[in-house]
Ligand binder design. Structure first.
Ligand SMILES: *Cc1c(COP(=O)(O)O)cnc(C)c1O
Length: 477
């Protein structure tokens, strides 16, 4: 294998470079396939064992050539990967990638388009605009909506809270944050979200100059959904106290439980008090493609903005996320013109520069993976996958409920089940750690002060038999 002739630097129109690239990709593919053997989700290496493997690999005086480095990767890196497509991997909202989207990743990398300006991504810009437009329609928005792809749900949430903050400052305080920075009453701003919402709420409020104190955690009910009556009481209390409520965030699929807040109830309250309503649908968004389960999400078009994550239940490889806004003018906080990048006259002539909608500048063509997967599988292909994983969570819930050795916490609305072995917290923690090093990767969280185990079932290859085996294995461990 002549992999890595040192003369070839780039993949180009040059035939030698193309032969070289093809060989490298083929050799890499072979190594990947060899690395995918076995059913274990993890090979069991400990942190110390992993650290010992990688000391010598950084920057040698003379290049070793790709063939050599590939061999090193195969020996030292690949054995330390978790196998996200293993039926024994169910720890997080961390998905295996659909086959066609893995192929699309190769296309994205080879052409390396950048989504900031039209002249760096002509067709890619037009594809993203089309995909975003179709997504707006899918979630019930009209032609006035818009959005952008982002690096993940956290950035989508940050963007949405930025839009909400600036909207509130402009509309309610007549204060232009973009030019002037935060208004003097910034410490009074309040955002409401459930106590089990994602921690990107706090991170975003910190980054946006409002601090963690801006985040008011609303208690949840027995089904792990935000208690709307308590939300309203907290807003009233804050208003009476001179605070400035500006935003409510509904979680459409909580990270641990997959529970879905009642958008309709939250919309009524947001309207009564004049607040922005954001839907963090990072987890739940994919259920829109299921005829059976999409109604569980509620009417997301009632929200002013929506976070979608494609690298979760949609099974698109990382990264892939989008934030949508009901009114395209609300993307304005990201607009800024630079003479070297996105001249105003470009837009007038029909050359769209997407940098004006995004926090990022250089940005990946992730929209292609969504476009490819949607076209490849169609709505029925996706519906089958989503029905399968949500059905698995239901099966697990029923099985655990019947078993006297387990307590089960939540009746799943999406694809995760939280449960615990009856016994001590320590026992539950030990089981998880032990199974991790033996090749089965589960999640762990806390519910009502008790350590729980968690299955996040994103993998459509998982069967009822797999789940039965796992429950038996956990008991034995
Ligand atoms: C995963 C998740 C996020 C964060 O998304 P990333 O893509 O990991 O940045 C936000 N909100 C919820 C509810 C999530 O489950």
């Amino acid at each position: 294998m002549s992999v890595a002739n040192k003369d070839a630097i780039l993949l180009s129109e040059d035939t030698a470079s193309q032969i070289e690239y093809k060989q490298m990709v083929e050799a890499t593919t072979e190594a990947i396939l060899r690395g995918m053997q076995g059913e274990k989700a993890y090979g069991g290496l400990t942190p110390d064992q992993l650290k010992a493997r990688i000391h010598h690999t950084m920057l040698p005086e003379h290049g070793k050539g790709y063939a050599h480095v590939l061999k090193e990767m195969e020996q030292e890196i690949i054995p330390g990967f978790v196998h996200v497509s293993s039926t024994n991997y169910m720890a997080h909202l961390h998905s295996p990638g659909l086959l066609e989207s893995l192929a699309a990743e190769q296309m994205i990398a080879a052409f390396n388009q950048s989504m900031d300006s039209w002249d760096q991504s002509p067709i890619a810009t037009e594809v993203e605009v089309e995909v975003v437009g179709q997504l707006c329609k899918l979630y019930g928005y009209d032609g006035n909506a818009d959005g952008t792809f982002t690096s993940g749900g956290s950035q989508s949430n940050l963007s949405a809270i930025l839009f909400a903050r600036d909207w509130y400052c402009n509309e309610v305080l007549s204060h232009d944050v973009k030019k002037l920075g935060l208004p003097s009453c910034y410490a009074d701003f309040r955002l409401y979200t459930s106590e089990i919402s994602h921690f990107s709420m706090e991170k975003s409020c910190h980054l946006l100059g409002l601090g963690y104190q801006a985040v008011r955690k609303v208690p949840v009910d027995k089904r792990c959904k935000m208690d709307a009556a308590k939300l309203e009481a907290m807003i009233k209390e804050d208003v009476a106290d001179g605070k400035r409520p500006f935003c409510v965030v509904a979680t459409i699929g909580t990270t641990d439980f997959g529970s879905i807040d009642d958008v309709q109830a939250l919309k009524r309250i947001a309207d009564t008090y004049g607040l922005w309503l954001h839907a963090d649908a990072a987890y739940g968004s994919a259920a829109i493609l299921s005829g059976t389960y999409k109604n569980r999400l509620g009417d997301l078009s009632l929200c002013d903005s929506i976070t979608l994550d494609f690298h979760k239940m949609f099974l698109i490889p990382i990264s892939g996320s989008a934030v949508l806004v009901k009114d395209k003018n609300d993307l304005a906080p990201c607009m800024l013109h630079a003479d070297y990048l996105n001249r105003e006259e470009d837009e007038e002539d029909g050359y769209t520069n997407l940098v004006g909608k995004s926090i990022q500048t250089t940005r990946r063509f992730d929209a292609l993976k969504v476009w490819v997967a949607f076209q490849t599988r169609g709505k029925d292909g996706f519906a089958a996958i989503i029905d399968k994983v949500i059905g698995n969570a239901r099966y697990a819930y029923e099985a655990l409920k019947k078993d006297p050795d387990y307590e089960v916490v939540n009746e799943p609305e999406l694809s995760s089940v939280v449960f615990r072995l009856k016994g001590s917290d320590e026992r539950n923690k030990q089981v998880r750690r032990k199974l991790l090093l033996a090749g089965t990767v589960m999640g762990q969280t806390v519910y009502e002060g008790k350590v729980c185990l968690k299955f996040t079932l994103l993998n459509p290859r998982v069967s009822h038999e797999h789940l039965d085996e796992l429950f038996a294995l956990i008991k034995k461990s």
